[in-house]
Design a protein. Structure first.
Lengths: 251, 936
């Protein structure tokens, strides 16, 4: 009798722990960090690199600029949105922000993504089906915000490598910006070519109150390909900087 | 009947086939079970990857009871990973051949059971954790000029696959750092291929959070494997420079040589420029590369880029190293600059500069002026030729000491010595409106001046832990002394009276002045990131001694002092002030406002006549500004500030200046300060993507007690000037610009409008004259820039100027003028560029006798670059092809219109050869030296 009770209680407690391992709704806080120095070097054209401007600006840039994002997630949709700037603000905004304070809604029922991005003076609203990425799964694991995560990589825009760390303990296939499609939630994301990382700092059990979730303004929506077509025609003459802007917009 | 049945069977078959084709799905199903405990395996993750490339093809979660089912699009070899937080995840190879693959029961082993196995795994990773494996690069032989990735391949334990992906001890390298600067390695495109292996000192492989955090300063709370490359000190060395030589017709020449050498943290640069063309100094770019960095650029809090340009003080040569003055220059400019870093972590830096500047300018200047007086007008003609020579030596040094992360001390010292010689012959006369000569003067002035300057500036900044709180103290001290000796011979004839005045004098001027001041400013954030308080206080003392002694030459005996034209003055200003400013910033508003209370005592002591004029001012300087910008790209702002201006020593010194006997200036010791109220409104809007920019601004300035001018004309045509305080002066201005891209032309069009209105009160023969001057002009420009092909820049600037004087309102001098520039160039892809620059200038005739109204200057150039890196350039240029250039200027202001012409560079042709050279050690691929110094 006693023996049975002990076994029962062990099994019961274990199964309780087991179910608590999986989440299907809640909220996540992300920190987005850009290595401004390297980013600046990447985008500079060769001619500009010869300029003495270039060196001086480089000297003054703090290495990393941080900003904070939040995500509300449940089985139906995830809403990922800009929360606030970090203490070392981005100082790279010559002419305006480039898709740095985005709001992205991924809806799994309708397979639709709705995103709002400010690109310079343009307020873009994108509506399209959720993009599909071909993820390569790696063996490497690391813990992010207390969750064991597995590494996956993909390539966007033909050549830009994206590294993601996802946890299967969150049963919603999503992530920062438009990323997702992995067997779980992406808690860490790095795009080396853009010198940008996103890391979850906190995962909460409860969803955010409706009032705290950013909405997307009404406006004329475009698809990804329409946006690319429009931007490409404008950024054609911008060289490397234009290329990087395009990449940032398509995230 | 039969046919029909057959037909329908066929249809069914086709539709089956078709549906197979469309959704060719291959089902995989199975059930996860825990054979030891009877636990729920719900929500376990099942991921299916292609065996060939590990790409995720499908995933699902186990149902209640552990069953799962998923679909892949193709047959082939896959591996499936089963994972659950409480179970050991494992991988199974599966071969999918049929529409349905049944895997049956799959046992999962709970972590408790598998504990032993895991401990083994963990212990293996622990042997790496916390250790830094360091390789000394030189002990691994690589080819000459090999890049870093080749070196890494040689290191045991480090592997690079064909895609450039780096792994260390079987684990992927997340980050690559260079001397502690962060870099991600997943993208192999950049660093490993960019750096030369021979420049690497050590390769460190580590898996240590604290170490990484220490090196990169970033602590993301995660542990990652990283490689740090440390560079050899001598890798951070190299040099770049430029040599240029040009010869032209009419003995024109220009030459430049400059070099910038850097080694570790030290930089040495030197330059020498010599020419008799307009090119007299370092261009903007060169000044930054080879000078001490005369300008500075920084990024403001809004992310905008701010550029400041300090013209080198008394340095000869204007904007961008070109000469825009009157006459023909002949210059030699040279300088040496050295800077280095020292102390722990190279936190401190110092720089030293020496510059020498020699220039000689020869030329002539002829000017014709019309003076409008209450009852009549006068014409004045002035012809002069001059020669000025200057030799300036400047030395300066600065050091910046970062005591710690919060305290910084900057000390600057500079000194200069200048000797100049000048000679001038002038012939001038005045006539009345009927062209009858009233008087005439001819004079020769020759003299020399020596000036010494010393200055120091000490700035201490303290930041506090609390963001936004800071303290700054600034001490500045300056000492100037100057001595001038001038020989002055003049003879004037006055035809109405038949008088004649002759001077043969020696003028010995000397002055010393020193000033020192301490300003302290404190910033306190009252509401984080929103409201800031700034408190400031200052104490400044300025003391000048000026002695102007004029001696009449006595051929037979000793020179005698002429009291009328001599003076000795001691002038001191003592100021103390306190101020408070509040700044509020919350999108979209930015407000700031404050007040500065200022108490100043001025003492003007006339030592000759033993009188002292004392004035005390209590000033309130208010300021406010409001700025509204809903987005970063659009902003409207309004600003006000009040400021006072003290009269200069020259304006108050009690004596008569007779250096031009027909235009005499006398001092006014009773002058008081003027006070200016300035209002400015500006609006800007820019659209980056569509390349549209719009700026508009306007301002009004009202002046109380303006330091204005009194002109007295004696019957024999001698004008006497004195500065007086007058009320009622004000001016307004407007400027605007709109530029946008004209898509079909791929060019940008610029449209602007500028206007200016001045109301100036002066005294003409003690009668108050109110002059109204209004000028307005649009500007239109069209420009296109291309890398290769046809480029142009066209601009048209008409201007209309209306001038009225209340003393003689019949005389209106409304004048029209315009400028038109057309620059065309063509760049060929093989390094040849040809261009022509045309400039038209038109101005309306002042009167019927006026000549020189039109000017057409045309220049051409031909550039050809040689060598693979285009480092050698040959330039052929022709300046003023039609030999039409005359220096021209017109000034239509108050009651005087002056037209001048002066000697300037005319037609010449020149061939210039330029060689840019560069050498740097660390970079493998690119020879660009600038980018070397960045990576560190």
């Amino acid at each position: 009798m006693n023996k049975f009770l002990i076994i029962f209680s062990i099994v019961f407690s274990l199964s309780k722990i087991g179910s608590a391992q999986f989440r299907s709704k809640g909220s996540i806080e992300f920190t987005r960090s850009v290595n401004q120095k390297l980013n600046f070097q990447l985008e500079a054209d060769e001619d500009f690199k010869k300029n003495s401007f270039y060196k001086e600006i480089l000297k003054q840039l703090s290495t990393n600029a941080e900003s904070y994002f939040k995500m509300d997630y449940n089985k139906v949709q995830t809403v990922y949105f800009f929360d606030k700037d970090g203490e070392t603000k981005s100082k790279m905004n010559f002419g305006g922000k480039i898709a740095e304070e985005n709001t992205v809604i991924q809806n799994f029922k309708s397979n639709q993504i709705t995103a709002q991005k400010a690109v310079f003076e343009k307020d873009l609203i994108i509506q399209d089906s959720i993009p599909q990425y071909l993820w390569k799964i790696h063996d490497e694991q690391r813990t992010i915000a207390g969750y064991p995560c597995r590494k996956a990589t993909t390539i966007i825009n033909d050549s830009v490598v994206v590294v993601a760390f996802y946890t299967d303990q969150i049963m919603v296939s999503s992530g920062p910006e438009s990323f997702g499609g992995l067997p779980g939630m992406i808690l860490g994301l790095a795009i080396p070519r853009l010198y940008t990382t996103w890391f979850a700092t906190k995962v909460n059990d409860v969803e955010l109150p409706e009032s705290q979730i950013k909405k997307i303004k009404k406006g004329k929506a475009v698809t990804y390909s329409e946006m690319n077509k429009d931007l490409e025609s404008r950024l054609k003459e911008w060289g490397k900087h234009g290329q990087a802007i395009l990449w940032k917009c398509t995230l | 009947m039969v046919n029909k049945r057959h037909y329908s069977i066929l249809l069914v078959l086709i539709s089956i086939c078709f549906s197979q084709l469309v959704s060719a799905q291959y089902k995989i199903q199975g059930t996860l079970v825990d054979t030891n405990n009877f636990m729920e395996l719900k929500y376990a993750t099942i991921s299916v990857m292609s065996s060939s490339d590990s790409v995720l093809r499908a995933y699902t979660r186990a149902e209640e009871g552990g069953s799962f089912q998923l679909e892949v699009k193709d047959t082939g070899r896959y591996f499936i990973r089963y994972s659950h937080p409480l179970y050991a995840s494992f991988v199974e190879d599966v071969s999918v051949k049929d529409v349905s693959t049944v895997l049956g029961n799959i046992s999962m082993i709970s972590l408790e059971t598998a504990l032993d196995e895991f401990i083994v795994k963990e212990s293996r990773s622990i042997t790496i954790k916390g250790d830094t494996i360091e390789y000394t690069a030189d002990s691994f032989k690589v080819r000459d000029f090999a890049t870093v990735d080749e070196l890494l391949r040689k290191l045991p334990g480090i592997e690079i696959d064909k895609n450039g992906k780096i792994s260390a001890y079987g684990k992927n390298v997340d980050k690559m750092l260079v001397d502690g600067d962060e870099f991600f390695s997943d993208d192999p495109a950049v660093l490993a291929k960019m750096l030369r292996a021979s420049s690497i000192d050590k390769v460190q492989v580590f898996d240590n959070k604290s170490e990484q955090a220490r090196l990169s300063g970033i602590d993301d709370g995660e542990v990652g494997k990283a490689i740090n490359l440390t560079l050899k000190d001598d890798a951070k060395q190299g040099y770049f420079g430029k040599v240029e030589a040009g010869v032209g017709t009419n003995k024109y020449y220009q030459g430049q040589a400059m070099i910038n050498r850097y080694r570790k943290k030290e930089k040495l640069s030197a330059y020498l420029v010599g020419s008799n063309t307009k090119k007299v100094g370092l261009g903007w770019e060169d000044a930054n590369n080879y000078g001490s960095g005369m300008g500075s650029r920084f990024i403001d809090e809004d992310g905008g880029m701010v550029t400041t340009y300090e013209s080198g003080g008394e340095d000869f040569g204007g904007f961008g190293g070109n000469f825009y003055g009157e006459g023909l220059p002949q210059t030699i400019n040279g300088g040496v600059h050295y800077d280095n870093k020292y102390g722990k972590d190279d936190k401190h830096s110092f720089g030293l500069d020496y510059r020498i500047n020699s220039n000689i300018v020869n030329g002539y200047r002829n000017s014709y002026s019309k003076y409008i007086m209450p009852d009549t007008q006068y014409l004045s003609s002035n012809k002069s030729d001059f020669r000025n020579a200057n030799l300036l030596n400047t030395i300066s040094g600065n050091t910046k000491i970062e005591i710690d992360s919060l305290n910084t001390l900057t000390i600057r010292l500079n000194g200069s010595h200048n000797r100049s010689e000048s000679r001038q012959n002038v012939f001038s006369n005045n006539s009345n409106i009927n062209n009858e000569l009233i008087n005439q003067n001819s004079r020769n002035t020759s003299g020399n001046t020596k000036t010494n300057k010393l200055g120091t500036n000490v700035v201490y900044t303290k930041k506090f832990k609390l963001e936004g709180r800071s303290l700054m103290a600034n001490f500045a001290g300056d000492y100037n002394e100057s001595k001038a000796n001038t020989e002055f011979v003049s003879s004037s004839q006055f035809f109405s009276t038949g008088n004649e005045i002759n001077y043969n004098q020696i003028k010995k001027d000397s002055s010393q002045s020193y000033s020192s001041g301490l300003d302290v400013s404190y910033n306190e954030p009252l509401i984080k990131e929103k409201l800031f308080l700034n408190l400031s206080a200052g104490l400044n003392y300025n003391n000048s001694n000026s002695s102007k002694a004029t001696y009449d030459k006595n051929p037979s005996g000793e020179d005698s002092l002429n009291d009328l034209f001599s003076s000795r003055t001691k002038y001191s200003v003592f100021t103390n002030s306190v101020g408070a400013n509040l700044r509020y910033s919350s999108k979209p508003w930015k407000l700031s406002g404050g007040v500065r209370l200022n108490y100043s005592q001025t003492a003007n002591q006339d030592l000759f006549r033993d009188t002292t004029y004392q004035q005390n001012y209590k000033n309130i300087f208010p300021n406010f500004s409001v700025s509204y910008g809903k987005s970063r790209n659009s902003n409207i702002s309004l600003r006000y500030n009040g400021a006072s201006r003290q009269p200069s020593l020259n304006q108050i010194q009690v004596f008569t200046q007779n250096s031009d006997p027909l235009n005499i200036r006398i001092g006014n010791p009773n002058l008081v300060q003027e006070f200016r109220h300035s209002f400015n409104l500006s609006f800007s809007d820019y659209k980056v993507l569509s390349e549209q920019y719009f700026y508009m601004g306007g301002g009004i300035t009202l002046v109380d007690n303006a330091l204005s001018e009194s002109q007295t004309l004696t019957p024999d045509g001698v004008r006497t000037y004195q500065t007086v305080n007058l009320d009622g002066n004000w001016n307004a201005n407007l400027w605007s610009n709109y530029s946008f891209k004209v898509k079909p032309l791929k060019a940008s069009l610029n449209l602007g409008l500028n206007g200016n209105y001045n109301e100036t009160n002066t005294l003409l023969n003690q009668t108050l004259n109110k002059s109204n001057n209004f000028s307005i002009g649009p500007n239109i420009g069209l420009q296109k820039w291309v890398d290769t092909g046809f480029a142009y820049e066209i601009s048209f600037n008409p201007n209309y100027n209306i001038n009225k004087n209340s003393v003689n309102s019949q005389v209106k001098t409304n004048l029209f003028s315009y400028g038109l520039n057309v620059d065309l160039s063509y760049k060929f892809s093989f390094g040849l560029e040809a261009g022509i620059e045309n400039k038209w200038q038109y101005r309306e005739k002042m009167d019927a006798n006026d000549k020189n109204n039109n000017l057409f200057i045309s220049n051409f150039f031909l550039n050809k670059s040689f060598l693979k890196d285009r480092s050698l350039r040959l330039r052929l240029e022709g300046n003023d092809l039609f030999n039409q250039n005359i220096g021209l200027s017109r000034n239509n202001y108050n009651n005087i219109i002056t037209d001048s012409e002066y000697s300037t560079l005319q037609r010449y042709f020149m061939v210039t050869l330029t060689w840019n050279f560069t050498k740097s050690k660390a970079l493998g691929q690119s020879q660009d030296s600038n980018s070397t110094s960045l990576s560190f």
